[in-house]
Design a protein around this ligand. Structure first.
Ligand SMILES: [Zn+2]
Length: 348
């Protein structure tokens, strides 16, 4: 071994360190011992090669819950291609590569260390049924939708709940089933929505504090059965059939969104754009919604809040544009969330 020229007394120590590094193996990729320089990781507990260090410390803005092709273990991970719309890709049968994270839940994601690149079999809703509790939804929250319904602009947010049984994963993990008791109504409808996920226990927060409790955003479809909805004054029943709340594909972290007014939602029915709006058309802003919903109420981590749907729902069209057996509906959300694909199926 050749020693570097010494000009300081500490050079013996650094030479010894250099010698040790030639023997060390990257704790992440376990490759190329001695051919690269190493950096400490996990507070100095391990040493990894430069290349792995760059990868492990690279910030990420979106995560996904998925079923890997190689095991039956549900994983969380970061899409390897930052620009891929993984919802569309998986529905088309294209390869979706995801770098797995070590953590067991959306709120304990861990890091990429010890993870590996996996091919996704299916994408799952970002949260499990057990994690969300009732799904909270805001009715009539876009000015353009209030105008389309000929309804006055509300002065307080209207809250309704969807049962956690309604939660569903994007197609092809699940299809959106219109129950046989309601097929004859020909009244199944879509509502493209931006959903927010609460990240920590939240109660009695002000509008100024509210965003600290938002973990991130995703896309949702508030599938509604209109005849059942308008047959009574409460909406919970008609909006809570099994699978009537597909959610996903990606969660974009709050920190990755700087201008919330520019977040955009687009609804596409069998390839035709039927809904399109940015959040600047909201009647009640996201901080306002979180603040109001937290008054006297603990919103636990995993609480899913659907923020409302813009103009263009099928029931308000002439003729009515209801969902039919075999239809495909896409809810696309900007900023990396991607496209939530749902395939409609009439229960036989
Ligand atoms: Zn390495």
């Amino acid at each position: 071994m050749q020693r570097r020229k010494a000009d300081k007394p500490s050079s013996d120590a650094s030479a010894a360190k250099a010698a040790r590094r030639e023997e060390v193996q990257c704790a992440h990729c376990e490759e190329k011992p001695g051919t690269l320089t190493y950096k400490s990781y996990l507070d100095g507990k391990v040493e990894v090669c430069n290349e792995c260090h760059d990868f492990l410390t690279k910030p990420y803005s979106r995560v996904v819950r998925f079923d890997p092709a190689s095991t039956t273990q549900v994983c969380y991970g970061v899409p390897a291609d930052p620009d891929q719309d993984i919802g569309l890709a998986i529905a088309r049968g294209e390869t979706v590569l995801i770098d797995t994270l070590s953590g067991p839940s959306l709120f304990e994601l861990g890091d990429r260390f010890g993870g590996h690149r996996e091919s996704a079999d299916v994408i799952l809703s970002p949260l499990d049924e057990d994690e969300i509790g009732a799904i909270r939804c805001i009715g009539l929250n876009y000015k353009n939708h209030a105008e389309e319904c000929n309804l006055p602009i509300p002065t307080v947010p209207t809250l309704f709940l969807k049962g956690e049984n309604a939660l569903a994963s994007p197609y092809p993990a699940e299809t959106t089933v219109v129950p046989k008791a309601f097929v004859k109504d020909d009244a199944a409808d879509y509502e493209s929505e931006i959903a927010i996920i609460i990240g920590k226990h939240c109660k009695d927060v002000s509008e100024e504090e509210a965003m600290d409790y938002v973990f991130g955003i995703t896309a949702a479809n508030d599938i509604s059965s209109r005849k059942a909805q308008f047959a009574q004054s409460q909406w919970c029943f008609s909006k809570s059939f099994d699978g009537a709340c597909p959610v996903g594909p990606c969660v974009v972290l709050r920190s990755a969104i700087d201008d919330w007014a520019k977040v955009k939602v687009t609804g596409t029915h069998n390839g035709k754009v039927v809904q399109e709006s940015t959040l600047d058309d909201l009647i009640f802003s996201i901080p306002k919604i979180v603040s109001v919903l937290s008054q006297g109420t603990t919103l636990r981590p995993g609480t899913l809040i659907l923020t409302g749907t813009p103009a263009g729902v099928g029931w308000m069209q002439e003729p009515k544009n209801t969902l039919q057996d075999g239809d495909e509906f896409h809810v696309s959300v900007s900023h990396g969330v991607g496209t939530l694909v749902s395939k409609i199926e009439f229960e036989k």
